[in-house]
Design a protein around this ligand. Structure first.
Ligand code: GCB
Length: 615
């Protein structure tokens, strides 16, 4: 009990960042990497947190007992010294990667794992600064370099960094990370989810190098209502009055300069003639270079606008129908976290084959490669934070956790043309506390990024007077740009034939997006269209659902649930589910189920209806 309380206290402690970093990780860590720390890391599985707490349940104090505390990564100084751990001879796991899919004994494991990696410092430029960058660690990570604690991070899915300038040894640096993946009622997500609780160092890790003064952050946006007016801002790590920032797009032989202000920020208001806009049909990216105070950063940027007008979603001023699909960050072919750019290409390639121009990345921030690959491939994205079902709406620490994840996600992906929607939450039951919590997240998002759309997957209810009248009414809709809701008519309520009887009451002058519908089908299981878990049932449900949804006048997109089967401990049904949610249109062996082709045909028609007439 005490252990739990202590863990909880540490979980709820404020998110710690190295003192010099202003709140979020620096933009485009990849471009700064001088040493990848991906690869095999030695691990010690520590369910009782033996490497952290002494037998009085106090955190180890190195001065008091130098052999305790795995973070010290010590070898016995003499044959008689007692040390009861040894990373060198302990097993290893691949990073990035979840531990669950790498070792059968860790399949359901949620406690602490200590990771250790040794590395030599690469030769550094004079005056250079160094940072350790973590793409994400589920859920709580405590980071130690050469026995000294750098800090901790809570959240799981978003990046964090620690400055380590002056703390690196030329050789044999010991980087130790205590990762704890315990679910907590106060957490975001909370204890019950319909997906696998993957733990570990699931994202890239790298050592970054910057000059003494560096560009922490740069933002590029095409102004709404224009095709060639770009706003850009460049923020240095510290004030640099008198400095000048420069922005260049070599392909357009374009360059501009702006003064850096007392806060270290340079703002550009640019007219860029000849700019080709980014769109799914034409995912044009430009290499944009910014330089200031001796630093230089290049980013591949697409320029596009996104807004709503009445019932329409306008991409570059033109109405667009979002032909979407939901996706978990999982590689179904092996049932583990998808972590690499190659896996992002595989999954988004399948979405492309389905005829999609849009993907909902459910239900938490996916790794950074996904949005970069979507930028290249021309897929629009919905990105989400794991405010899922019922979390602790009244708990300030829960809000701080959700808010930090959202802030870190926006900071990471705000330059991706593919990302058009920030989603605040999924299927949260209406209450005053919940709406207040989500309203605050909406306000935060709008302040951080006024250029994108806000939504949340809401719910639908039946009119008590008539079960076939479905009402979408949620006070949260006042704060979102798009009214999105999940509905499972024909699966969790009734049968697919009921779709024909449904009448909709959706009284919002906003675009409507159906963020989920679907049915489980075991790939290769066949039967009558009314037999649950068959491909025919799922196919029939898609056939009946699509015309039902088209009766909503404001319908401007859909993301059925879901592209691929995914692992979920909530799904035990033997021989059918076996720990998998089977609502995928693609099975765990990669085969397309019958419903895949129903949705593809629907999307082909939609795309043909939207395409400009050919001469
Ligand atoms: C939902 C949830 C999703 C589940 C899905 C299901 O409404 O948003 O996370 O996996 O239903 O299959 O029940």
């Amino acid at each position: 009990m005490r252990l739990h309380a202590l863990l909880l206290a540490s979980l709820l402690a404020p998110v710690v960042h190295a003192a010099s970093l202003p709140g979020t990780a620096m933009t485009h860590a990849d471009a700064r990497a001088v040493l990848s720390l991906n690869g095999r890391w030695h691990v010690i599985v520590d369910p009782y947190d033996n490497g952290y707490f002494n037998y009085r349940l106090q955190p180890y104090d190195a001065a008091e007992r130098p052999s305790g505390g795995y973070f010290l990564d010590r070898d016995p100084a003499t044959p008689s010294e007692l040390i009861e751990y040894d990373f060198d001879t302990s097993p290893s796991l691949a990073v990035p990667g979840d531990w669950n899919s790498q070792d059968d004994r860790l399949f359901y494991y949620e406690g602490t794992v200590w990771y250790r990696r040794l590395f030599d410092a690469p030769p550094a430029a004079p005056g250079a600064r160094h940072f350790l960058h973590f793409g994400g660690a589920n859920y709580e990570a405590h980071v130690y370099l050469n026995g000294k604690k750098l800090g901790a991070h809570v959240g799981g899915f978003t990046p964090f960094q620690f400055e380590v300038t002056g703390q690196l040894r030329p050789t044999g640096n010991s980087l130790v990370i205590r990762v704890n993946n315990q679910r907590h009622p106060e957490g975001v997500p909370t204890v019950n989810t319909d997906w696998w609780n993957y733990g570990g160092l699931t994202r890239d890790i790298a050592l970054l190098e910057t000059p003494a003064r560096y560009i922490h952050d740069a933002t590029f946006t095409l102004q709404r209502g224009t095709t060639d007016r770009v706003t850009a801002s460049v923020r240095l790590d510290a004030p640099a009055a008198g400095a000048t920032a420069r922005l260049e797009i070599a392909e357009l032989t374009f360059s501009a300069e702006a003064a850096v202000d007392a806060q270290g920020v340079a703002t550009f208001d640019l007219h860029i003639p000849g700019l080709e806009l980014w769109s799914p049909e034409h995912p044009r990216l430009y290499e944009v270079t910014v330089s200031a105070a001796g630093d230089r950063l290049a980013e591949r940027i697409g320029f596009r606008t996104i807004e709503t007008r009445g019932h329409d979603i306008l991409l570059n001023g033109q109405p667009v129908f979002l032909r979407g699909i939901c996706l978990h960050e999982e590689n179904p072919l092996r049932g583990g976290r998808a972590t690499t750019p190659g896996e992002a290409r595989l999954l988004l390639g399948w979405a492309r084959e389905l005829g999609c121009n849009f993907v909902r990345l459910a239900h938490y921030p996916h790794n950074e490669h996904v949005a970069r690959v979507a930028d290249e491939m021309g897929l629009l994205l919905w990105e989400e934070v794991p405010v899922y079902w019922t979390i602790h709406w009244d708990n300030p620490a829960t809000f701080a956790n959700a808010s930090a994840q959202l802030r870190e996600l926006i900071a990471r992906d705000k330059n991706r043309a593919s990302v058009i929607i920030w989603s605040m939450a999924n299927e949260t039951p209406v209450s005053a506390a919940r709406t207040d919590f989500l309203r605050r997240l909406c306000e935060q998002t709008r302040a951080a990024d006024p250029t994108r759309l806000i939504s949340a997957a809401m719910e639908v209810h039946a009119d008590p007077a008539d079960i076939n009248t479905k009402v979408v009414e949620d006070p949260l809709a006042e704060f979102t740009d798009i009214v999105s809701f999940n509905q499972y008519i024909g699966w969790y309520t009734g049968l697919p034939d009921d779709c024909a009887k449904v009448k909709w009451v959706v009284n919002y002058n906003k675009p409507v997006l159906i963020s989920e519908f679907g049915a489980d089908a075991l790939q290769g299981r066949h039967g009558d269209r009314l037999a649950r878990f068959t491909e025919e049932y799922q196919e029939d449900l898609y056939r009946k659902t699509l015309p039902m949804l088209e009766r909503i006048p404001q319908l401007r997109g859909l993301t059925p649930w879901i592209l691929c089967d995914f692992r979920s401990p909530r799904r035990p049904l033997p021989h059918i589910q076996d720990g998998w949610n089977r609502k995928g249109l693609i099975g765990e062996n990669g085969s397309r189920k019958k419903a895949f082709f129903v949705l593809r045909a629907f999307y082909e028609e939609k795309a043909a209806a939207e395409a400009p007439p050919k001469n």
